[in-house]
Write a protein that binds this ligand. Structure first.
Ligand code: NDP
Length: 277
């Protein structure tokens, strides 16, 4: 039997991961299979049992999506630094009887921004909206990219403060509330990492944060011009993008980790892209 991989989530019908990894495997000639598993929500231990059954059947690795990223992290025997800061795993590797937790959401996001969109963060003013799982994974990679300033804003200020307190190198890192943004001027890059777009909502961000020469990035994907991207466009921002590149890049990181081969991503991103407008 060839090497087995899977994505686990609930619901899982919408997942693009089998398509993405299937294309990666074809292109890099890897003998592997990749399936989607609907993980059980109840009882409490059922998720871990499902992962262990997959390992027992010869599974080599898994991608993990909502709502299981915390449970996957908790059941691991080893955890990477970025998974530890995120408190969540979006990928698991199974080796020598051990479960290793990784989180590639942040590096995938950074790679999409810096490499695919050609927007290096070094020396730039960067604003991140939200303090959920995606931001927890993005903070370390973003700081490593050396922005002049990294500001993280969230409705629940206590949550964003608690998150930032865990980061040791906080030199260029600041937190604030949405009410403070008006006085903070323009940012070179504004990243919407809230889940507001999933329900067609707009985070309470003032248009004054956008720079016409800057960029706006929306983590949600396949939703065309979300209220956030529309606000950015109306503020004169030409460089707007959604999270399809992040989705493919985090998958590529997991693939490279598992297989030791880095797949090409451009054609896969193009294939999955839904035009913004
Ligand atoms: P979480 O549920 O962990 O966090 C949600 C965040 O959004 C919280 O900070 C919450 O603020 C904020 N929020 C929700 N609604 C609003 C609103 N109306 N106005 C302002 N803030 C709001 O979500 P994730 O971090 O897991 O995901 C965030 C987004 O990133 C989603 O759109 C998700 O689909 C996308 N994503 C994309 C990926 C990709 O590969 N492209 C990968 C992972 C995520 P508060 O704390 O104040 O409630």
């Amino acid at each position: 039997m060839n090497d087995q991989y899977a994505v686990i989530g609930n619901p899982i019908g919408h997942t693009k991961s089998p398509l993405i990894h299937g294309l990666f495997a074809e292109e890099s000639q890897q003998d592997m299979s990749y399936t989607a598993i609907e993980g059980p929500l109840e009882p409490q231990d059922a998720f871990a049992d499902t992962v262990r059954a997959f390992i027992a059947a010869g599974g080599k690795g898994m991608n993990v999506t909502a709502p299981f990223k915390l449970k996957a992290f908790a059941m691991a025997d080893e955890r990477s630094e970025r998974a530890t800061l995120a408190g969540a795993a979006n990928a698991l590797g199974f080796k020598d009887g051990r479960i290793i937790a990784e989180n590639f959401d942040g590096v995938g996001l950074l790679r999409d921004i810096e490499v695919n969109l050609n927007l290096p963060m070094a020396g730039k003013r960067v604003l991140v909206l939200g303090a959920g799982g995606a931001v927890r994974g993005a903070l370390l990679p973003f700081l490593a990219a050396r922005p002049a300033e990294l500001v993280v804003v969230n409705r629940d200020i206590a949550k964003v403060r608690a998150l930032v307190d865990q980061v040791a190198t906080s030199g260029s890192l600041a937190v604030c509330g949405y009410g403070d943004l008006e006085a903070m001027g323009q940012f070179d890059l504004v990243v919407n990492a809230t889940s507001a777009s999933l329900t067609g909502d707009l985070p309470p961000v003032p248009p004054s944060v956008f720079s016409p020469t800057g960029a706006a990035y929306e983590l949600a994907y396949g939703k065309r011009l979300t209220p956030f991207l529309r606000l950015a466009r109306n503020a004169g921002v030409l460089g707007v993008a959604d999270g399809v590149g992040m989705l493919v890049e985090q998958a590529a990181e997991a693939f490279a980790w598992w297989r030791g081969v880095r797949p090409q991503t451009r054609a896969v991103i193009d294939r999955l892209t839904v035009p913004l407008a």
